[in-house]
Design a protein. Structure first.
Length: 178
């Protein structure tokens, strides 16, 4: 099934979910790695370029994912407690918001000097704003804080899924595994 049912997510939703999960891990690792590289390190240009290319891919994927949310239904939540339902909706909403804001802040930081973002040598995403002094600093700080906030939210998301699977035994994780 390509589309979701009331009992489980469809193939497209699962592909978007797990693809984004792997991409977020790669982005977190390359982002952290890039901040640790010294100027004379041979990977000083390679890792940040890889991170930016993956970030553009993540930005495109979240747009696709949000569009898919408009045409695909979500399986029903397997929670009876009101606070759990509220927490699930709030957590998912924050995850989506951060998956939009982190690439935007990264783009603003990367294009602060007026140059576009090279995407794996295939094409360049142009700078839409004129060069701006100070934008790299505040956008970089926002990018860092949003990314770490997102990472903690992902940890909470995984913990909640595991709790539902192994403690509540309500089949929540099975809906996304397929």
């Amino acid at each position: 099934m390509w589309k979701s049912t009331n009992d489980r997510y469809g193939r497209i939703a699962r592909l978007l979910h797990w693809g984004m999960a792997l991409l977020l891990i790669a982005l977190f690792v390359t982002g952290w790695w890039a901040t640790e590289l010294g100027y004379y390190d041979p990977l000083y240009r390679v890792i940040p370029d890889l991170h930016r290319g993956l970030g553009v891919l993540a930005g495109a994927l979240i747009v696709l994912r949000l569009a898919w949310l408009l045409v695909d239904r979500r399986p029903a939540l397997n929670v009876s407690r009101r606070w759990e339902r509220l927490a699930a909706r709030l957590g998912h909403g924050l995850l989506y918001l951060l998956m939009v804001l982190v690439p935007i802040s990264g783009y603003l930081m990367s294009t602060a000097d007026g140059r576009g973002v090279d995407v794996f040598g295939l094409f360049e995403l142009p700078a839409l704003l004129s060069p701006s002094s100070g934008r790299e600093e505040w956008a970089g700080r926002a990018h860092y804080l949003l990314a770490f906030g997102g990472a903690w939210l992902v940890v909470l998301h995984v913990a909640a899924a595991l709790k539902h699977q192994f403690i509540d035994r309500d089949g929540t994780l099975r809906k996304m595994i397929g």
